[in-house]
Design a protein around this ligand. Structure first.
Ligand SMILES: NC(=O)c1ccc[n+]([C@@H]2O[C@H](COP(=O)([O-])OP(=O)(O)OC[C@H]3O[C@@H](n4cnc5c(N)ncnc54)[C@H](OP(=O)(O)O)[C@@H]3O)[C@@H](O)[C@H]2O)c1
Length: 315
């Protein structure tokens, strides 16, 4: 069942489950962005509890990162937890982060989860791009390129594919993506007039996550890095902090999963499902992404977004 009714039905009837107790991540390293709160923090906690050896929490606020580290160590004291600075709004921060990543001896799991949901137009004060697009798409895409070489090298060393999961949303089904025919899609989305209503731009940024992950996957062998995207479900978290009406609170009360349950969806896509290269997960199952993504127009948009994003990052 698709659409809004399907969404409500699945939120009400499905209960995300944790990784199997037998899953051991001993000797392995994971890196999670936006790991100081919400789903990223819960995913981090779950991986650490499965004997993960090294965990890198990539956060934009060091004090929040240290608090997250403390809370993870309280239950998983054996895990070597590190807090690294990363701000998706700053190319300097991303470049600095990329340098540190390049020096790592291994990354087995990279979970690109950092995100915002801004319901009113604002442009990033550092890059000038619309904020949802900057943080959710441009920042995430840049970080995916930074972690990829280390994921590849690790796969060669350990003779087994490593994993990259990008956190998207079911909302990617729910937008018309009007900007797709613009000569420069990313530039067009910087125009305030195109922002649309309420969550449209946030959903578009989550569509960009799916398009980017699919194009990236098409360029990488699944024998090296398995790349997928995941919808974590509709969950209680700080993501909804900019909502000014009570409607979202009512929906959360009626349908919302906990951050822990959302975290289970992320760890499931990241650790399980080795044959999921280029695929999309929802309710811990591999399902098709939106029909737009699979359409010829979607495939054109995928290539265009890739080229524009690469050109922008090269700048
Ligand atoms: N919760 C849901 O219902 C839901 C549904 C679908 C998809 N998602 C996706 O799930 C992911 C996690 O969200 P959440 O629900 O856990 O929300 P959250 O609690 O607000 O967590 C978002 C994380 O992203 C970080 N972040 C925000 N802006 C950043 C920036 N400029 N640079 C680096 N990090 C930044 C936040 O850091 P600060 O704490 O410093 O702000 C926080 O750690 C997001 O990608 C979101 O789109 C969530």
């Amino acid at each position: 069942m698709g659409g809004f009714l399907g969404f409500c039905y699945r939120q009400l009837t499905y209960r995300p489950h944790p990784l199997p107790t037998s899953a051991s991540l001993k000797g392995q390293t994971a890196l999670i962005t936006g790991a100081n709160s919400g789903l990223g923090l819960e995913a981090a906690r779950e991986l650490a509890a499965h004997k993960l050896s090294r965990l890198i929490l990539a956060v934009r606020d060091a004090s929040k990162g240290e608090a997250a580290k403390k809370s993870i160590l309280a239950t998983s004291p054996e895990c070597a937890v590190e807090v690294w600075s990363l701000d998706h709004e700053s190319y300097d921060s991303i470049a600095e982060f990329g340098k540190r990543v390049a020096a790592l001896d291994r990354i087995d799991y990279a979970l690109l989860n950092a995100g915002v949901k801004k319901l009113e137009y604002s442009a990033s004060s550092s890059t000038g791009h619309e904020l949802n697009v900057q943080v959710n798409h441009i920042g995430t895409s840049a970080v995916s390129l930074a972690v990829l070489p280390v994921l590849r090298n690790t796969a060669r060393k350990v003779n087994s594919p490593t994993r990259l999961t990008i956190v998207s949303s079911e909302g990617h089904f729910w937008i018309p993506f009007k900007e797709q025919s613009a000569p420069d899609i990313l530039k067009r989305m910087d125009d305030k007039e195109t922002f649309g209503t309420a969550m449209q731009r946030y959903y578009t940024s989550k569509l960009l996550n799916v398009l980017w992950a699919r194009e990236l996957a098409s360029k990488v062998s699944p024998e090296e890095v398995v790349i997928n995207t995941v919808n974590p479900g509709f969950c209680y978290s700080g993501l909804h902090r900019h909502e000014s009406t009570g409607i979202i609170k009512i929906f959360l009360w009626m349908l919302g999963w906990s951050s822990v349950q959302g975290g289970h969806c992320l760890t499931d896509a990241l650790v399980q499902h080795r044959d999921s290269h280029g695929e999309y997960f929802s309710e811990q199952r591999q399902v098709p992404p939106s029909s737009f993504v699979l359409s010829p127009q979607g495939q054109n948009a995928q290539k265009k977004i890739w080229q524009e994003t690469i050109a922008l990052l090269k700048e």
